[in-house]
Design a protein around this ligand. Structure first.
Ligand SMILES: [Zn+2]
Length: 320
């Protein structure tokens, strides 16, 4: 049942309002009895019981005064719990999780206006523009897919990976995983395994550990008259690959060819659910084949550790 406020000049006007001795609420454009109830932390039935003058609950109109039932809270405190699992947000919601949404929109390059925790017109416009840019349903409502595209997949809590390195079914991939930092090998291998099990996509790790010298050579490509396209802005030590904590993947097709035309969104979500950072979420230089586990260190901090010989016995940088 759609309970949408109709305009004040509607012929379905319910007559004059009773004098209101309890907390009152003035109906706004786009309000419904349901949203008013939700915003004030009460049930729809309580709203109806408190307003017997509303004969048809489908019909309320902007400017109409309503009684708020006992137990109603001010909308500023009726916010959505940010710890909840991907709450669906829409116009008029408010609270910390709306602030998170607005920050996410900002980070994605969309302007929701002030980051104030209030889902107003500007925020809705930004949500719609963001949804259009990601080929999502453009409905202005932030559900699971929109949250996920914004980089928050609350329905997939991160489960720290335990256990050992597993065989991935691709010898090249297994070898490259063995070249990664020991603290990343298990998650990388289990990630490849899960993508195969859940999506039926066999991944190949196309790039893993890269030495500083290899990185410098890659940086030179396409620069100073060197052949090939520019593929990186990072010099030796400036890429997480140089510390063995990043790897790139592509789809390994049954015919043995490698393809970058694959279901990146689903692959990225699986990686994120395992605690990996996915380059597909980056703004600016989006790098969908790239996954990393930086253990909270910047590349500068890792380089500092290498330069000061803060290394493990096996020569990899110390991540403790
Ligand atoms: Zn990479």
């Amino acid at each position: 049942m759609a309970l949408t406020a109709v305009s004040a000049d509607s012929t379905t006007h319910q007559g004059h309002d009773p004098s209101l001795d309890t907390p009152a609420y003035t109906v706004q454009q786009r309000d419904t009895l349901s949203t008013i109830a939700r915003d004030h932390g009460v049930t729809l039935k309580a709203m109806r019981d408190a307003n017997p003058q509303v004969l048809n609950p489908d019909v309320i109109y902007p400017g109409q005064a309503l009684r708020l039932p006992e137990g109603a809270v001010s909308p500023t405190t009726a916010f959505v719990d940010p710890a909840g699992p991907t709450p669906t947000l829409e116009r008029r919601d408010r609270g910390p999780v709306v602030t998170q949404l607005q920050e996410g929109l900002h980070n994605a390059g969309f302007n929701p206006g002030a980051v104030d925790g209030i889902f107003g017109a500007r925020t809705e416009q930004a949500v719609r523009a963001f949804q259009a840019s990601r080929d999502l349903d453009v409905d202005g409502i932030v559900g699971r897919d929109t949250w996920s595209a914004l980089g928050r997949s609350g329905d997939q809590p991160v489960a720290p990976v335990t256990g050992d390195v597993v065989a991935t079914g691709d010898a090249v991939t297994d070898r490259r995983i063995q070249g990664l930092h020991p603290e990343v090998r298990a998650v990388a291998s289990q990630f490849v395994q899960r993508v195969e099990q859940e999506l039926g996509i066999q991944l190949r790790v196309t790039d893993g550990f890269r030495s500083f010298a290899e990185q410098d050579a890659l940086y030179a490509q396409g620069r100073n008259g060197n052949p090939g396209p520019i593929v990186t802005n990072a010099r030796g030590g400036q890429s997480y690959h140089n510390y063995g904590v990043a790897f790139d993947v592509a789809e390994l097709r049954p015919d043995g060819n490698v393809s970058w035309d694959t279901d990146w969104e689903a692959i990225g979500r699986i990686g994120e659910s395992m605690g990996l950072e996915w380059g597909g979420r980056w703004t600016g230089l989006v790098d969908r084949p790239h996954f990393q586990m930086d253990h909270g260190f910047s590349t500068g901090q890792l380089r500092e550790r290498v330069n000061s010989d803060n290394l493990r016995a096996d020569g990899f940088v110390n991540l403790d």
